[in-house]
Design a protein around this ligand. Structure first.
Ligand code: TYD
Length: 136
């Protein structure tokens, strides 16, 4: 599986670091929504879904976590532990998030508003969905 991880430009000087992200320039979609997870309880694994349309960029702005990606045929475990790295997740991709450090803040830039009808929460349904979408 080809994992798309962006290495964002760092603006650093003797005062510290700064990252600036611009839609369609630093990643390939317009942002409709931003959300973030923090105080994730130790041992928790979350996500367990795919999206029909939604594209996302995941950034561990603080701390560390691991993302499990599954495109229906291959899987990949991606460590996020750098605030200047962004993991791109396309639609049609099953994802789970785990191994959150106690200080982890996982920020997500999303291409769509929150829409429950865009979720595929059943793994077998996901496998059917990708099988049918690659047929066309
Ligand atoms: P949930 O989908 O369970 O998170 P995860 O995919 O990480 O397991 O979302 C947790 C709660 O937050 C759930 O009640 C829905 C709500 N929520 C929103 O209201 N807006 C959002 O953009 C997101 C992602 C979740």
């Amino acid at each position: 599986m080809q994992v798309v991880k962006y290495n964002f430009q760092k603006h650093g000087d003797d005062r510290g670091m700064l990252i600036a992200l611009e839609e369609l320039k630093d990643f390939p979609f317009e942002i409709k929504r931003v959300y973030y997870m923090y105080d994730t309880v130790a041992g928790v694994r979350r996500g367990f879904h795919a999206h029909k349309q939604l594209q996302q960029i995941l950034i561990a702005v603080h701390g560390r976590c691991v993302i499990h990606l599954d495109n229906g045929t291959e899987t990949e475990e991606v460590v996020l532990d750098k605030p200047y790295e962004g993991l791109y997740i396309s639609n049609d991709m099953w994802r789970e998030m785990y191994d959150f450090s106690p200080d982890a803040v996982l920020m997500v830039l999303a291409s769509e508003y929150y829409d429950e009808s865009d979720y595929i929460r059943d793994y077998d349904e996901f496998l059917e969905y990708v099988k049918n979408s690659t047929k066309q």
